[in-house]
Design a protein around this ligand. Structure first.
Ligand code: HEC
Length: 610
């Protein structure tokens, strides 16, 4: 047996050593297996940290003479954590995981780095031998004798480094991730306890319906709707999505999740819904390297690290945008600045982010932490605030709508964070208050949004599902579709790191190409289809729009640039918030459909990226 097959023969044991809890396996590992695990760990340090076996920094040079060292030279910076490579402009960074480097004749691994432009990263070279690996790393000439792009550096590696690297590459992205079977991918979706019964049921109904559609249209060995590559490799899989509904205090959620996961290990958390806190779920995902895939809800998202991909940073983003707005528009605030919130709510997280963002600004917010919704300081603060003052209400329609209805409009400018509201509730704010209310609005404005969402509206109609909460439903729809498309593009390379990397690289391109496709479809379908879409979407906000203008706009449902309630979603390597800004605009402008490029709009809204 050569060195490589010896290693492969021990793969099972190695996985046990590397991944599983030692207590589960009573038998002591053989000394040889321990030695190989150590070798793989040394290889990992070269790959990830740029640290050689003897502890010195990895050194590399480009043909141009440029020198790289340590982390800069580490393979991970170009070939990514999964080893599956990527496409950068016209350059393909080859996959170098074991299966792609060392594959034996007869096994031709397929990979597609850019599904939209059809760039292939499938293996196109002979299997690497030890000598060929040493040569390509030392001189940049690959196994087929091709001189590689100057971007691939030349490395100064000792024999022990080569051995360690090879051991690591052989096991890198070798086995499917947890939760992936030959014909099935196991997912879970998490709902936290405070989510209202209404939102919970919209979410669950739509999820169920979408998974059913997915499983009946793309299942193992069914040609219908699968891509050619996934058909050839039979990589299309059925989905199973468990709904994990949490209960009790947030401090107990991580243990609940761990128990569910132990009973049913999942590949990823697919969407999810929380209106209070997502931190324990994110921590659970990060500690186990489980992708936490575009959940919905009003909970603030967390720092941009770990294994979560999010639409945006939730109310923390709103707080930062408001801070920029107030500092850039000094006319908006000349007196006192007060912020009100209920401790422990999503609004409280926004309030503390706002205080941080306002450090060093001319006005500092004064906090009023309300003792529940009936605290009399809420009405008193609004009543006593003067025309020079601003009051930030990190609160939702409950308790504000009853209060607005019962009291005269304030003199001060009032700021609301729209993610704590449904659009329909914003339209119920009584007339006298409207002139005073400003919104922080992290979504696309209602009019252009209709173009983005035309497809979702049609999808819901076809399935007899009501449009109740446009933000939630659009987010869930996107989350599920993006997973379907991304898995299809990954072909049979179903690794968690790769899922995240591909999404970072492709989400922006996918948004653009989907929006273009939908624009073309709408044009082709013509007036009739556009009219039909409009009658579908007559929600409360649309009703507030003058009927004639609405009809004109219906025919001109302009170009869309995205497919969600957000103007456009993009990511880059290491970025986990796909939308990074918000509008600040008056409630009046919002209700009259501002921001659609219509010159008659009362106030142009600016998209602020903090
Ligand atoms: C600065 C970016 C960069 C770094 C760092 C880098 N590579 Fe590469 N590598 C590339 C590019 C780009 C290619 C593809 C070049 C081509 O196809 O012409 C490549 C190709 C390769 C190939 C050839 C695969 C084939 O198709 O024949 C191997 C093997 C390889 N890299 C291994 C490594 C290893 C191991 C490391 C770390 C010790 C590393 N690379 C670090 C950019 C990089």
């Amino acid at each position: 047996m050569d060195w490589l097959s010896t290693l492969r023969a021990r793969c099972a044991l190695l996985s046990v050593l590397l991944l599983a809890a030692p207590t589960l396996h009573a038998a002591a590992p053989s000394p040889l297996a321990v030695e190989e695990a150590a070798l793989i760990e040394q290889g990992r340090k070269i790959y990830v940290q740029g640290q050689l076996v003897d502890g010195r920094a990895l050194k590399a040079a480009r043909a141009s003479g440029e020198r790289l060292q340590g982390v800069e030279a580490a393979c991970i910076s170009c070939h990514r954590a999964s080893g599956m490579g990527s496409v950068e402009g016209n350059l393909r960074v080859a996959p170098i995981s074991g299966r792609f480097l060392f594959a034996q004749p007869g096994d031709m691994p397929l990979a597609n780095a850019d599904g939209i432009r059809g760039k292939s990263l499938s293996q196109a070279h002979a299997p690497y031998t030890d000598e060929a690996l040493a040569r390509v790393l030392g001189t940049g000439v690959n196994i087929n004798g091709r001189a590689l792009s100057v971007l691939m550096p030349h490395f100064d590696l000792a024999a022990q480094d080569l051995r360690a690297l090879k051991a690591y590459l052989s096991v890198l992205s070798r086995d499917y991730s947890v939760g992936v079977g030959k014909e099935l991918i196991q997912f879970a979706t998490v709902i936290t306890p405070e989510v209202s019964a209404a939102r919970r049921s919209i979410f669950k109904n739509m999820l169920q319906s979408a998974v059913l559609v997915k499983n009946t249209s793309t299942s193992p060995r069914q040609r219908y709707m699968t891509s050619a590559a996934s058909f050839v490799t039979q990589s299309e899989r059925r989905w199973e999505v468990e709904v994990w509904e949490l209960s009790g205090a947030p401090s107990t959620w991580e243990a609940q999740l761990a128990a569910r996961y132990a009973a049913k290990p999942v590949f990823a958390l697919l969407s999810g819904l929380s209106d209070s806190s997502w931190a324990p779920v994110d921590a659970f995902c990060t500690s186990r390297h489980i992708p936490c895939w575009f959940p919905s809800g009003r909970a603030p998202a967390l720092a941009e690290q770990g294994f979560g991909l999010y639409f945006n940073q939730g109310v923390v983003l709103d707080a930062q945008v408001l801070s920029v707005h107030l500092q850039e528009q000094p006319a908006m605030l000349q007196g006192r600045l007060t912020q009100l919130f209920v401790p422990g709510s999503a609004g409280a997280a926004a309030a503390s982010a706002f205080s941080v963002a306002m450090v060093g600004a001319k006005f500092q917010p004064v906090d009023v932490a309300l003792q529940g919704a009936t605290d009399s300081r809420l009405a008193a603060t609004l009543k006593n605030a003067g025309p020079q003052d601003a009051v930030v209400l990190w609160l939702g329609p409950e308790p504000l709508l009853p209060l607005f209805n019962a009291s005269p409009a304030p003199q001060a400018r009032v700021y609301l964070a729209s993610p704590l509201w449904a659009d329909a509730d914003l339209a119920r704010i009584p007339q006298p208050w409207r002139a005073q209310v400003q919104l922080v609005y992290p979504y696309e404005l209602p009019q252009p949004r209709q173009a983005n969402l035309a497809y979702l509206h049609a999808w819901l109609k076809l399935r007899d599902l009501p449009l109740v909460d446009e933000v939630l439903q659009s987010e869930l729809f996107f989350s599920l579709n993006l997973m379907t498309d991304t898995l299809q593009d990954m072909i049979d390379n179903l690794f968690r790191d790769y899922l995240i990397e591909r999404t970072e690289d492709n989400i922006g391109k996918r948004e653009t190409s989907k929006a273009e496709q939908e624009n073309r479809d709408r044009k082709a379908l013509g007036r009739a289809a556009r009219g039909a879409v409009m009658t579908q979407t007559s929600g409360a906000v649309m009703e507030a729009v003058n009927a004639q203008a609405a009809q004109q706009r219906a025919f001109a449902l302009g170009e869309s640039f995205g497919t969600t309630v957000y103007p456009k979603l993009t990511l880059g390597p290491g970025q986990h918030f796909a939308s990074r800004g918000a509008y600040v605009l008056s409630l009046e402008a919002f209700l009259s459909g501002a921001g659609d490029g219509d010159a008659a709009a009362p106030e142009a809204a600016a998209w602020i990226v903090p």
